[in-house]
Design a protein around this ligand. Structure first.
Ligand code: EPU
Length: 439
């Protein structure tokens, strides 16, 4: 993977000039969980449509450190096919440094506890998008009979035989739902998880586990029931395929609306995007669902800078408006006519990028750290300092989008954060006519 650390962008100055097709990758937030799920299997599993992103590589390194054998098809990550054999795993302590880089690694704890009866990992601290505690995981493990010890910032969790339990999540958690679901797959007895997250990525992983011998019911609803295999590992009789990345899709929808004359988004699942598509259509964006894998955005009026209408959004768990699309949305709203309020309900620290948009000319105020009020439209332009920074994966995309709209030349640093979630973003944007390069 290219480690060059900056994007250099020449903005379009409000023109909607990009044209062509972008193809989506497999969903990172499903692929990472399937990689963890490989620990539940006897022998080598095949995972397909795996995005070649930094987070996938980090989790790969953590699994290798634990003794798993991992190989890309033809030794080439662009093959998108990854083979994982967890039968050689010989450690139960998750590498602290790597795990701190990627908090999603906590999802490994469920399958590891299920298979090896113990696991240790670093206590996650706060991160740029919020506090991100793991109390709901810990509570769940305790209900399943595990002992939990925290010493020198390392959690030690042990339970030779996890037992059946009913776990009612106090708060909806994607990672908690996936992790406790996977922790339950090999037990003797039945686990009932209540108040679960319903994200399509969870359904994607559970369907694969079921196709290989797991008994998981109710995924995609509030209540998931898992009848364990009684200690039998799953059989790699079916391969996994990551669903299209709906967050990437949503990101490109906002990008298309603001910068494209005509943009096709290929390899997507429009059903997972219905809310975003409706919001954008109501705002005046011309969107066609071409078929079950393709969406088209057209600047039908062909008028530069024609404004869309402002609207209000509150982020919510799926099927609500995804927190991961909040920052591209706010960038979009800077170009809409009127006042919009965006309320963040999932993470408390997710408006840090707003200052950068304001430096580019946007009119946004953040209230109580959880609500952004945007007044638009405002042309964006290069201020005296044209250096910007990616704060997290999604805010990084939002800043790229803002620079593409704006008039001027920009440098964005810290782009390894963008690489965590968007594979070769600059290559795909250049292919549709954007002036962006990595340096
Ligand atoms: N929470 C707790 N206690 C817990 C677990 C979560 O209080 O034990 C809180 C969190 O602090 C947060 C809320 O519950 O306020 C929801 O967190 P959740 O567990 O659902 O998030 P996650 O599993 O850590 C995943 C995605 C995020 C995405 C969120 C919400 C992965 C690897 N990450 O995180 O994706 O924002 O769900 O949809 O699946 C991204 O891709 O850029 C990203 C941040």
């Amino acid at each position: 993977m290219n480690k060059k650390e900056k994007f250099i962008i020449r903005g379009l100055g409000g023109k909607r000039a990009l044209k062509g097709r972008v193809s989506l990758n497999g969903a990172k937030n499903s692929a990472l969980k399937a990689m963890a799920g490989a620990i539940l299997f006897e022998g080598k599993v095949e995972l397909n449509n795996i995005p070649n992103t930094e987070d996938v590589h980090t989790l790969n390194d953590i699994l290798v450190d634990l003794g798993a054998k991992i190989q890309w098809k033809d030794n080439d990550p662009s093959s998108k096919t990854l083979y994982i054999d967890a039968s050689t795993m010989n450690k139960t302590d998750i590498n602290s440094e790597k795990a701190k880089v990627m908090r999603a690694s906590v999802v490994l704890t469920g399958p590891m506890l299920a298979r090896f009866g113990k696991v240790s990992f670093p206590a996650p601290g706060g991160c740029v998008i919020g506090a991100r505690p793991i109390d709901l995981f810990i509570e769940g493990y305790k209900k399943m009979g595990a002992t939990v010890r925290l010493q020198d910032e390392i959690y030690y969790i042990e339970c030779p035989k996890l037992k059946e339990a009913e776990i009612n999540f106090e708060k909806i958690t994607v990672g908690g739902t996936e992790t406790l679901m996977m922790a339950s797959v090999l037990i003797s007895g039945k686990t009932v998880l209540k108040n679960c997250a319903k994200e399509p990525e969870i359904v994607n992983v559970a369907s694969w586990l079921n196709a290989c011998g797991a008994d998981i019911e109710g995924v995609g609803t509030d209540t998931i029931t898992i009848v364990g295999t009684g200690g039998h590992l799953l059989k790699p009789q079916n391969s996994y395929r990551a669903i299209p990345d709906r967050i990437e899709a949503g990101s490109f929808l906002f990008l298309g609306a603001l910068t494209a004359e005509e943009l096709y988004i290929d390899n997507c699942n429009p059903e997972h995007l219905s809310l975003v598509i409706d919001l954008l259509k109501n705002s005046g964006v011309s969107i066609d669902i071409v078929d079950d894998k393709t969406i088209k955005i057209t600047n039908s009026q062909n008028v530069e800078n024609k404004s869309y209408r402002a609207f209000n959004v509150t982020t919510k768990e799926y099927p609500g408006f995804a927190t991961d699309l909040q920052s591209p949305l706010v960038t979009f709203l800077t170009q809409c006519e009127g006042e919009s309020a965006v309320t963040e309900t999932i993470f408390e620290g997710r408006f840090k990028y707003v200052n950068d948009l304001v430096d580019l000319g946007a009119r946004i105020s953040v209230i109580d750290n959880n609500k952004a009020v945007v007044s638009g439209p405002t042309p964006l332009y290069q201020s005296q300092d044209n250096h910007l920074t990616a704060h997290d994966i999604r805010a990084g995309f939002a800043i790229v989008l803002a620079c593409l709209i704006a008039k001027g030349n920009f440098t964005i640093s810290n782009i390894h954060l963008i690489d965590r979630g968007y594979e070769s973003l600059e290559t795909r944007l250049r292919a549709i006519g954007a002036d962006i390069r990595r340096e």
